[in-house]
Design a protein. Structure first.
Length: 476
């Protein structure tokens, strides 16, 4: 049904036009606040009766109520009209950063840094008030309608207050895949370091035209591949894509994009300090002293000793490495694995339902054993490959919410060559969650894998579930 504008919303607001669709089933309108005769952005929640949506809507209002910063959208009013919740916010008469990137492709380096600096200042203010945005992306950055490239951060719809309880359902991951931090991808606790990671992604995109990790296609599989890249892959070199990017600016972005939160900036104050030095420095090869600095004589000696220790460690590792299966010599000699020989190993009286689906790099099957584990053994399945397979990543999805979740999983690998056979275990601990979990699998070439559940969460339950095992690999 076509909406008619202008039209009254309540006694204080008149709807002028639809600006866009928000999350949680909300609409965002340009409206006029009648008593003050000013333009506002009016966000209206249409999902009446959706308890989760209402909680997130209230969370957004609470997050914004204390904001007093030029780079953050401010809340003007909040209430309910005919059972519809609404938030009146600052109206930004401009375009989104997503529109700017779409038009300009790659932004000027100084312009990109200035925009990132403003985003950091706005988020720094929010973080000091205990609010983490959780969804920093170009469409949530509004450009003011002037030539000063001033910005305003909007849409705190999935923000969370530090120390508060999550309003998302168990197992649900919130955010936009291309801009999500590794901890968001794994549905772990989100902190201000998650916003710092997303800011690094955004700055990378402004300087290259695209985020470092992009989906190859559409659908859940493509999104899962992007999440996997955030968790495990190093971003492509930014300076190879844009030669105008200085080494020190690339170092700042790389620090934002560290996989572990402890390796990123501790806070945005540090980020602002570093990027201001680069912004004010016209010489490319010189950079922020907080990143490079100058080494004293004693520091140089310590650095040399550290280098010697690392070299010795690498030498010992190289010797040890000769005793384990080798990575294939050339990736060009490998082809996607399409055929698997599956052998179920179950005890008498147990039932196992298996359903196998094959795709080039991702094979997934559902397995459910409706029986309690006996003793210390719980063999689920053995997979024998027709050719040696180089397995890159391994993941699990425990499955049924009501069943116990596997806790300690052992994977026995076997590698055969003309002269001998090697075998050993890689051991992993899974969280008590239903979301997919990628384990720290050491990439290697194997001939077969056996999956063994050694213990489960809530071991008193009579049922446990393993719904998916994800393998990513190549065969010769």
């Amino acid at each position: 049904m076509t909406e008619i504008f202008p039209r009254p919303f309540n006694s204080d607001y008149e709807l002028i036009g639809l600006l866009g669709k928000g999350g949680m089933g909300s609409n965002v309108y340009k409206a006029r606040q009648i008593r003050l005769d000013r333009s506002v952005a009016l966000k209206v929640l249409d999902s009446i009766g959706d308890e989760e949506a209402e909680k997130r809507f209230i969370s957004e209002a609470k997050a914004m109520k204390s904001f007093n910063h030029q780079n953050l959208a401010s809340i003007i009013d909040y209430g309910t009209n005919e059972d519809k919740m609404f938030i009146a916010m600052t109206y930004i008469d401009g375009e989104s950063l997503a529109d700017v990137i779409k038009r300009e492709k790659i932004l000027d380096t100084k312009k990109a840094m200035y925009i990132a600096w403003q985003i950091a200042r706005g988020l720094e203010h929010a973080h000091k008030l205990g609010v983490v945005h959780r969804d920093i992306k170009p469409s949530n950055i509004m450009m003011m309608d002037n030539k000063a490239n001033e910005i305003c951060i909007i849409d705190f719809g999935i923000s969370i207050a530090a120390g508060s309880q999550r309003v998302t359902q168990a197992g649900m991951t919130m955010g936009t895949p291309e801009y999500m931090s590794p901890e968001q991808c794994q549905n772990r606790n989100v902190t201000k370091q998650s916003d710092i990671y997303s800011l690094g992604i955004l700055l990378y995109e402004m300087l290259s035209g695209d985020p470092p990790f992009m989906p190859n296609g559409t659908g859940a599989a493509a999104s899962m591949a992007v999440l996997n890249q955030h968790m495990h892959d190093k971003p492509p070199s930014l300076r190879k894509k844009n030669s105008d990017v200085s080494l020190d600016l690339e170092k700042i972005i790389d620090k934002c994009l560290e996989k572990k939160t402890i390796d990123r900036y501790e806070n945005l104050t540090e980020f602002i300090k570093d990027i201001k030095v680069v912004m004010n420095n016209s010489v490319k090869v010189e950079g922020p002293k907080t990143l490079v600095g100058r080494l004293s004589q004693s520091e140089r000696i310590m650095f040399l000793l550290l280098f010697v220790l690392i070299a010795l460690s690498l030498f010992v590792s190289l010797i040890l490495y000769t005793s384990i299966p080798k990575i294939p010599p050339s990736i060009n000699a490998l082809t996607p694995t399409k055929s698997w020989s599956i052998i179920n190993e179950v005890k008498a009286g147990e039932s196992t339902d298996s359903l196998l689906f094959d795709k080039d790099y991702n094979t997934t099957w559902n397995i459910t054993r409706k029986s309690a584990l006996t003793g210390n053994e719980g063999k689920l399945i053995t997979i024998k490959f027709r050719k040696p397979v180089f397995i890159s990543y391994l993941g699990f999805a425990p499955g049924d919410q009501k069943a116990s979740k596997p806790k300690d999983v052992w994977v026995r690998w076997v590698y055969k060559n003309a002269k001998s056979e090697h075998s050993d275990y890689q051991k992993f601990s899974l969280a008590d969650a239903i979301t997919p979990q990628y384990v720290p699998w050491v990439p290697m070439e194997v001939d077969e894998l056996t999956f063994i559940v050694k213990s489960v969460h809530n071991a008193t339950e009579d049922i446990f579930s393993m719904s998916e095992i994800m393998l990513f690999g190549l065969e010769r």
